[in-house]
Design a protein around this ligand. Structure first.
Ligand code: UD1
Length: 360
């Protein structure tokens, strides 16, 4: 079986890694890793491969940044050229980024079976580019590997035939479990001066939060207030850094520390030892739920509602008041506890590879 994996952005690497590591064990599976180049800075891309135990990409399409149309179109052009020459038995795409839908469309039009990992998640907010990417990728996929029962229900409601849907659990949690077994001094933060200190962690990069100056200003106002009570460590995404400069939105409180994006391992050590996390990321909502760390999600909706109903996540919206109120509650000791998820057992990738292997 010739299995072509596609990655493009930082969160894709953590999702593909456990699948590749399992597939390495099968002699008759040939794996090709294609990087679209959607993310290209070393700290958004190159650093992760060795750390996650997978090879450097075999091919880099080097598309870089651009508008949605430019980026998606350019990935399609370059991936199509690659795929016609290289061929493949299955194309495996992960998550919900522009690289996912672009390569999915190419595979589907070349009649090569398409597998989508993390299928069926829905925020029901079609203004988010990721929601469109999810809907369309699922509509054209032949194998839909879902992380939770809710995802199966969403797909069935959209009329996707049941025989295409496989509930396998979460590959992001596979990576988390794998990394926790390997990481030394997991109970120490990655910065010496944070040892034995209480701090919160922040990540922020959604266009709906950082590309709209009024929204971004409101969030920063909330952060300045929270920082009166606790230090906030903020590894900033390049998009966010660009917008800060463009809109001149900077923290006013020295208790907010901006760092470059961290490696997977350092970021794990950072949030694992924090009091709570503020984020607009998708995966961090799950990782904090798995580790029982309180998480406040700075968004109006989430495609992972199970982290709210059964986990440590609270949706706080983007207005400053609720962000501050919920942070204070956590600091006062009012925290949610995670109920656990049966399929978050570190074996999702094994289930995926077995299913594909049997069919090819
Ligand atoms: C993309 C995904 C988003 C995901 C995020 C993870 C889409 C539509 N969005 O958003 O779902 O949560 O990745 O990080 O696919 N830039 C750099 N260096 C890089 C990459 C980006 O400087 O290596 C800057 C560029 O100015 C670029 C901007 O960040 O214009 C945004 O990058 P882009 O790939 O368009 O989307 P993300 O915001 O990273």
């Amino acid at each position: 079986m010739k299995l072509i994996h596609v990655v493009g952005t930082r969160p894709n690497f953590m999702k593909i890694a456990p699948i590749m590591r399992v597939a390495y064990k099968y002699e008759s599976i040939e794996q090709i890793l294609v990087h679209t180049g959607q993310h290209y800075d070393d700290y958004m891309s190159r650093w992760f491969f060795e750390e996650l135990g997978i090879t450097e990409p075999n091919v880099n399409l080097k598309v870089g940044s651009g508008t949605h149309g430019e980026q998606t179109g350019e990935i399609m052009k370059r991936f199509e050229r690659f795929l016609i020459e290289e061929g493949g038995d299955v194309i495996l795409v992960v998550g919900d980024v522009n690289s996912t839908i672009a390569c999915g469309l190419v595979a589907s039009k070349l009649h090569i079976p398409l597998a989508h990992v993390e299928a069926g998640l829905r925020s029901f907010d079609r203004r988010m580019p990721e929601e469109i990417n999810r809907l369309l990728t699922d509509a054209i996929s032949d194998y839909l590997f879902t992380p939770a029962e809710e995802a199966n229900m969403n797909l069935k409601a959209e009329g996707i035939p049941e025989e295409k849907i496989y509930l396998v659990g979460d590959v992001m949690i596979d990576t988390l479990i794998w990394e926790m077994e390997r990481t030394q001094k997991l109970d120490e933060p990655p910065f010496e001066d944070l040892k034995n200190r209480e701090y919160a962690v922040l990540t922020l990069h959604r266009p709906s939060n950082v590309d709209v100056p009024e929204t971004f200003r409101g969030i920063m106002k909330a952060l300045n207030t929270i920082a009166e009570d606790i230090e906030i460590i903020f590894p900033a995404h390049p998009r966010t850094k660009n917008r800060m400069k463009e809109f001149q939105i900077y923290p006013e409180n020295d208790n907010i520390r901006i760092t470059d994006p961290l490696s997977y391992r350092d970021f794990l050590k950072l949030y694992k030892n924090s009091i709570f996390v503020l984020t607009d990321s998708g995966s961090i909502q799950q990782e904090t739920t798995y580790l029982n760390i309180p998480c406040l999600t700075i968004r109006e909706n989430t495609e992972r509602p199970f982290t709210i109903s059964k986990g440590t996540n609270i949706l706080v919206g983007v207005g400053p008041e609720k962000i501050v109120v919920e942070s204070k509650k956590i600091l006062d000791g009012e925290v949610k506890k995670s109920k656990g998820f049966p399929l978050w057992d570190g074996k999702s990738a094994e289930r995926i590879v077995e299913i594909l292997y049997k069919d090819f």
